[in-house]
Design a protein around this ligand. Sequence first.
Ligand SMILES: O=C(CO)COP(=O)(O)O
Length: 250
Amino acid sequence: MTIQKWVLGNWKMNGRLATNEALLSQLGQIDTDEKVAVGVAVPSVYLLPSLQAAQNVLVGAEDVSRFAADGAYTGEVSAAILADIGAQFTLIGHSERRQYFAEDEAVLAQKYANAVAAGVLPVLCVGETLEQREANQAQAVVAEQLSWLKDAVLLNQTVLVAYEPVWAIGTGVVASIEQIAQMHAFIQEHVLSLVGNAANIRLLYGGSVNADNCAAIFAVAHVDGALVGGASLKADSFANIITAAISAAN
Ligand SMILES: O=C(CO)COP(=O)(O)O
């Protein structure tokens, strides 16, 4: 059975041991029929307990070091360390990393390459700010954020890209269906032109996804799932999003 939809949560800087475990245990009870991959990106100190508690749920990191080799990089977590504890994926280039930690394309390309080399699936996050959209630069900005994928992607790899317009993150302002459709069609075509059709391209939408708006988003062409922030922190709302993905996959 091939995965038709991906529903990934991004806990950001949230969670506590006890509530994480309860959340993962509730999510593990959902039968996704192997058509929907469910995962959560968690703060790095919660990776191991989350991996131990998770059943039918992928557990990944929210970030990975730009440095590949072990060494004197205080505070960093390498892709090899993520692989060692069994983390299955890592977010790369979330807009909050780009904004607060000044991560640029060269750094993100290194992180991506490190994840691929360690066998940890990278989920590349892209998206424009409101200012850039209003200046009609949304596609150009996203194209730039994707540009280095050409050299980073290996044959037959799964390329997961999450389109998260910055103005839709945590604001309750979800992008319109038309905006999502247009950008996802653009990203699909652009990534295809960069990496060729040997790779398995999967595009997620992120930004104020919730239980009420997700079904309409999942129905859009080239939307292969969602990257969910706030609504992934509560079992009920995240479970409803997963259920909608299962319906969309049928
Ligand atoms: O940033 C996000 C996921 O990575 C989206 O966050 P919200 O779903 O809270 O808008």
